[in-house]
Design a protein around this ligand. Structure first.
Ligand code: MN
Length: 130
């Protein structure tokens, strides 16, 4: 199974933290700092999971999620939104846009890699978390 992860995140600190936590667990990271860049990566490479910040400089994360979901090769790839606790409506919109689930910011550093692994495992077994 691929350990390649696409992280879509425009905030340097968040990107650094998520990259650090996942690399430590053996994941191979590709970072996109905007929505269009993420769509380009997803069109040319296969990822085990896509981690998607909802607030991005160009497209909003919901639009990115919907466009990712519309790509034929991405049907079985989990998309995990990273949403702000202060924006509860984001979560419902993320699921409606095609995200498999969401993780609230601030992320929990001790649990994050395991949470991501759970999404990969669930999608590989054909399950969902919606
Ligand atoms: Mn952001």
């Amino acid at each position: 199974m691929s350990r390649r992860v696409l992280i879509v995140e425009d905030n340097d600190q968040n990107l650094y933290l998520v990259t650090f936590l996942l690399e430590r667990h053996g994941f191979d990271i590709v970072a996109a700092r905007a929505g269009e860049e993420a769509l380009q990566w997803a069109a040319r490479e296969r990822f085990a999971v896509i981690i998607l910040d909802i607030q991005l400089p160009d497209l909003d994360g919901h639009t990115v999620a919907a466009r990712l979901r519309a790509m034929p090769g991405l049907t079985g790839v989990p998309i995990v939104a990273v949403t702000s606790y202060a924006m509860p409506g984001d979560r419902e919109r993320a699921l409606a846009a095609g995200c498999t689930g969401y993780i609230e910011k601030p992320i929990n550093p001790t649990a994050f890699a395991a949470q991501i692994q759970d999404y990969i495992t669930l999608s590989a077994s054909g399950g969902g978390m919606r």
